[in-house]
Design a binder for this molecule. Structure first.
Ligand code: SDX
Length: 428
């Protein structure tokens, strides 16, 4: 017999279908709730709402588990290859050798941006935030390819490769623009991460030699950010895509959602917090005290998560990697010691313990990005480059599902009852 949940409202009882995901999570199907009872489900911030069924990423927040298409993220740590992970997420399986080669060729063929787009870059003031430029330029990509189609597998692969490849070029150009540096064209002989570093740091008169340690660290960072099921930015991509908006427009909206300090922008906020402590403006103990005081409006940045009530497994990997990457690059960073100190204080404080607040992905990632020479205002852009495969995969999964309807939440209206219009002359 199929399982149901029973709901009684105003004396009327209805049965709601219950279903399970492949890892045993239970969902109560309330799609007929309003039709059968006249009531709606009220769940601001969607903490109890499943907006879709998805086969891409699995998280068990209580156990601290994260898997891409079933594979634990820890298994990508020793041989990081962001492009394989991107193909895994987008296509549902790891690529065979010839599929990887074909996809790489597509990335290379699509690495440039239209020369006309240079004029768009010119229009931004020098201090324009890189996330604003990134979002605008991803949206603008559509203007240069308005007839692109994603209907066949072949066309979709091309669109996905184009977006993955161009976002890296746009991101690097954003940095070059903000520093008044000449744009460097992509180099077809370099791999994904190496090419990005080249476009960021080479000069026309001096080529940047991509150190294998830096390339490897970047690969790892991008992999760890590649997807995270229905987070704020991915949900934004899906909501925008549900109106049948094109892939570029949907992803461009995702970039804007990611920008906020409670989401991807936290990687900048963490470094600012650590730096303030380092400069003596704030003691770690004071920082913890402020985070516990609701009236301060201050949060311990890089801590807490809607889903993880345990360590974010990405934070574990990144914490371990900090030491390795810094050692390989021959660097020391006092901010790492401060981060460790804050973590220790928080994990021994009843406020954080009771609320199950642990370090999230943004707590340690900045230390690695900084060691690689990535400037602070590009940190959230790096998150966006990493998240691109996830956004593309989630957009595609929704696009291919013919049962998907436009996303349209309802509300509980709390405003005036019927009120008459008062002409201006009669208003008090
Ligand atoms: C990302 O969703 C994703 O998957 C996102 C992400 C991804 O890969 O896409 O993982 C990436 O966005 C990571 C999160 C980055 N943000 C931060 O580091 C900012 C600091 N963190 C918090 O603001 C907060 O923890 C959030 C925004 C991450 C989650 O917010 P929730 O889900 O609304 O928090 P909660 O309901 O679990 O909070 C429970 C309690 C509350 O206190 P009480 O009202 O119960 O007394 O914990 C408190 C919160 O006020 N709390 C914090 C805190 N985080 C939660 N208190 C102090 N400092 C914090 N960081």
């Amino acid at each position: 017999m199929s399982r149901t949940a029973t709901l009684t409202l105003d004396g009327k009882t209805i049965e709601l279908p219950v279903f399970e995901g492949s890892e045993g999570e239970v969902g109560i199907d309330i799609t007929q709730l309003r039709a059968q009872t006249g009531a709606i489900a009220y769940d601001p911030a969607f903490g109890n709402t499943g907006a879709c069924k998805s086969a891409i990423t699995f998280i068990d927040g209580d156990k601290g588990i994260l898997r891409y298409r079933g594979i634990p993220i820890e298994q990508f740590v020793d041989s990081p290859n962001f492009i394989e992970v991107a193909q895994l997420l987008i296509n549902g399986k790891l690529p065979a050798q010839e599929e990887l080669v074909r996809f790489r060729a597509r990335l290379t063929a699509n690495a440039h941006v239209h020369e006309g787009m240079r004029h768009h870059f010119e229009g931004f003031p020098p201090e324009a935030p890189p996330m604003a430029i990134l979002s605008a330029m991803i949206n603008a990509l559509f203007c240069y390819d308005p007839h692109f189609s994603v209907e066949s597998d072949e066309e979709f692969e091309d669109a996905a490769a184009s977006l993955l490849s161009k976002v890296r070029t746009i991101a690097a150009y954003t940095y070059r623009k903000s520093n008044g540096l000449p744009f460097m064209y992509p180099d077809p002989n370099l791999r994904y991460c190496g090419n990005f570093l080249h476009m960021m740091f080479s000069m026309p008169y001096e080529r940047y030699e991509v150190a294998p340690e830096v390339e490897e660290a970047l690969n790892l960072i991008l992999i760890l950010h590649a997807d995270h099921e229905q987070n704020c930015s991915t949900s934004t991509v899906r909501v925008v895509g549900s109106s049948r908006a094109n892939l570029f427009a949907s992803v461009s909206a995702g970039v804007c959602a990611l920008w906020g300090p409670l989401h991807g922008g936290a990687n900048v906020a963490v470094m600012e917090m650590l730096d303030q402590i380092h400069r003596g403006g704030l003691a770690p103990e004071q920082c913890i005290k402020m985070a516990k005081d609701k009236s301060s409006g201050f949060k311990l940045m890089g801590f807490g998560h809607r889903v993880y009530k345990n360590f974010d497994p990405r934070a574990r990997v990144l914490k371990d990697s900090c030491d390795k990457v810094l050692a390989k690059l021959g660097k020391k960073d006092p901010l790492l010691d401060i981060a460790r100190k804050l973590e220790e204080l928080a994990l021994n404080d009843p406020y954080f313990v009771d609320r199950k607040l642990y370090p999230n992905v943004d707590f340690y990632s900045g230390i690695i990005l900084r060691a690689m020479g990535i400037p602070l205002n590009m940190f959230t852009v790096m998150f966006a480059i990493g998240r691109m495969p996830g956004w593309i995969a989630q957009w595609k999964e929704q696009h291919d599902d013919s049962s998907v309807r436009i996303a349209r939440p309802r509300q509980i209206y709390t405003g005036n009852k019927l009120t008459d219009y008062v002409p201006l002359a009669k208003r008090k």
